[in-house]
Every structure is written in C-alpha cells, then in structure tokens.
Design a protein around this ligand. Sequence first.
Ligand SMILES: Cc1cc2nc3c(=O)[nH]c(=O)nc-3n(C[C@H](O)[C@H](O)[C@H](O)COP(=O)(O)OP(=O)(O)OC[C@H]3O[C@@H](n4cnc5c(N)ncnc54)[C@H](O)[C@@H]3O)c2cc1C
Length: 398
Amino acid sequence: MKSNYDILVIGGGPAGALAAKTAAEAGNSVCLVEKRPAIGTPVRCAEGIGKELLKEFIKPDPCWISADIESARIIAPNGTAIKLDQARAGNEVGYVLDRKVFDRELVWQAAEAGADVIVKTRATAPIMENGAVKGAKILSCGNPAEIRAEVVIAADGTEAQFARWAGLDTTVPLREMMSCAQYVMTDIDINAGSTDFYLGNEIAPEGYLWVFPKGDRTANVGIGITGRKSRDGARAKDYLDKFVAKNFPNGKTIELIAGGVPVCRPLPCTVADGLLVAGDAARVVDPITGGGIGNALYTGRLAARVASKCIEAGNCSKEAMMPYDTEWRASKMGATIERNYKVKEYFITLDDKKLNTLADSIASISFSEFSVAALIKELIKRNPKMLLELKALRDTLA
Ligand SMILES: Cc1cc2nc3c(=O)[nH]c(=O)nc-3n(C[C@H](O)[C@H](O)[C@H](O)COP(=O)(O)OP(=O)(O)OC[C@H]3O[C@@H](n4cnc5c(N)ncnc54)[C@H](O)[C@@H]3O)c2cc1C
C-alpha cells in the first residue's frame, strides 16, 4: 500500500467512485478506501433514478438495470392515484438499478482509470497540519496506517464522520433524518412498469412508502418516516409490515435493509483546507424524494474536477477550492434541493384529509408540464379554501 497520493477518496459509493475515476483520468495519483469488504453490498437503496439524470454520468448498461419504468403513481391516503407518464414524471420514473452491480461497475471504472482501491479499510481520523487536512489515518483489515494526500474527498455517505472530525458541522436534526426500512419482495402482484409512491400519515408519517419494481413479480417495497415519528411499535419496519400484510399477504421477503436518509438542507459549507465533501456526506439528497444517487454522482465528479485544478495550481486551501461549493449551490441540482426543501416542509404539515383534497383536485388533470411550479399553480386554482396556505407556499418558491 502506498502512503502518499494526490487525492484520497473516503467511501466507495457513487460519489466516491466517480470522484476517484474523474481524478485519475485527470492524471492524479488517487486512492479510494472503502470500509466494507465488498463494494456495493449490502444495498441500502430503493435503486430508482431518472433516465436523463443517469445518462449525464454513465452510459446505461442492462447489466446493472433491473427494470425500465414507464410511469409513476402518487397514491393519496384515500386511494386516489395521480398518474404520471414518462414524459411528465421527469426524475420520478426511469430505471430501477441493481446497485450491487452498479456500484461495483463505477469503482471498477475508477480502478481502470488508474485509481488504487483498498477495501475493508476504514478512515478513522484526518491527518491535520496547521488546520489543514493532509490525509487520513486508516485501519486496513485491522492494521493501522496513514495515507497522506494533497486533497481528501469525503464521500462517506449518510453516517459520514470524516468532515465532522475535520471540523465541519454535519449535524442532521432528528426530524430531518428519514428512518427507512425496505424489503426486496418476490411473488407479489404489481404493475412492473410503474413506480408507486404512497402518501399518508397512517401509511408513512412525514414520508412515503414506495414500491419500485425489479421484475414482473419482484419489487423493492420500502418506507421512510421522519426520525421524530419513529418509536416503539411505530418504527419504519412496523409501518412497512402493516402495508405488506394488507397488500402483499402472500409475498416472500428475500432481503431486508434499514438505513437513514438526510432530508435536511445541505451542509452550510462543503469545503475546508485540503478537504471536499460530496454526496450524502454533504447532505445533497433531494428532500422530497430522498433520491441521492444522481446528486452523489454530480458532486463527486465536480469535487474531483475542482481538486484536480487546485492540485495543478499548487493551492488546495479552502479559498482556492471554494468554487466547488459555489458551483454546486448555483447549479440546477442546488436550486432543486433548495426549492424541494421548502415544498417538503409544507407537505409534511398536511393531514390526510388535506392530502386527499389536494390529490382529488388534480387526479383527473393531464399536465402539459409536470413541474412543482405547475403542480402548485393547479392546486391553487382548484382549492380556493386552501388558497391562503398554498399561496404562502407559492410565494416562498417565487
Ligand atoms: C432505504 C433507502 C432508499 C433509497 N432509495 C433511493 C433511490 O431510490 N434513489 C436514489 O437516488 N437514492 C436513494 N437513496 C439514497 C442513496 O442510496 C444515496 O443518496 C447514495 O447512495 C449516496 O451515495 P454516496 O456515494 O454519497 O454514499 P454511499 O452510497 O452511502 O457510499 C458511502 C460509502 O462510504 C463508506 N464509508 C463510510 N464511512 C467510511 C469510512 N470511515 N472509511 C471508509 N469508507 C467509509 C460506506 O461503507 C459506503 O460504501 C436511498 C437510501 C436509503 C437508505
């Protein structure tokens, strides 16, 4: 194992893998460390991603696509379904990936580009010199060592600790940490061409329940509820079990996962001297959908591009690397996160009666454009009694 690199990447998820590949392609010496013994497992994801978004980063390959989706349905507490076809649903429909293979492919590509990959190797602390990050202390298969680098890219996911160790504030308020549980189920009656999102305080308080097909009779069936709603007897898994008993009583569960998704605003700052933070570690998940694969890929690639330029210029200070933070905040991704955060904050205040009213009012509409703005315009038009609160929401988005 070498002990000196231009760039050290912590974490072999989508953010870390694309960061390592991009950095290696730019001619840097790169090392990626992953604490788990195998890349991609266990999967902690419902595996859905929009087609166009994915194509910005990698050419789709049937090897790691489980299902090609044609439509999505949002199902209100009273059963009213709002159907969105592919043209209108944007990033809500697309592919359901096989992340075990997908994550492996991304890391494989990083290795092919020249990055060293070391699994079963956990970063345990940053190496700090004069307030700047200069690498990481690691535990590799139980053996302590140090890897020094000009820049560290922290892509260590939801439970990320590296940025906090280096002095950044990474707190996620409990109410904004979605508590998730998911079964991979087989032998169930589903529409294999549609992703389904179930809303309602009885079904998934302050969150939603999803059914994402992975084949004709197989799907990821999962749920996310906010941390503050999770308690004994009413944990995410308890809500999921209730739904499954009612809807798929004869289905078989072949996998169970639990995990957290941060739906807070992104970190106040994602850069420090010698350090860039990407993906879930930077909290760049979509606050409404909890989708983070695309944003992890985007920030991972951008972090590597900025780091490469700074290394070439011989200046990896916070100030020199700030264009990373500024650029993603100003991007479409940054603007969407900010807008969807506000929309999420409004929607979690709605009781089931209001959710039903809103869903009923737009269920029959064929949207020429399915965007959050178009949706709110229609909701305002069709719900005069809720005009005041909807108008307040529209004003926050203006
Ligand atoms: C239940 C659930 C369902 C989801 N569904 C979807 C979905 O349908 N679509 C979607 O887009 N997103 C979904 N997400 C979110 C998505 O999985 C994440 O946004 C995405 O994986 C983030 O990628 P990442 O590279 O930032 O982090 P991760 O994929 O979490 O990768 C981080 C990696 O860092 C490693 N690591 C952590 N600490 C260390 C350390 N100290 N040293 C070395 N390695 C370390 C971890 O082992 C991990 O492999 C879901 C998440 C959950 C929990």
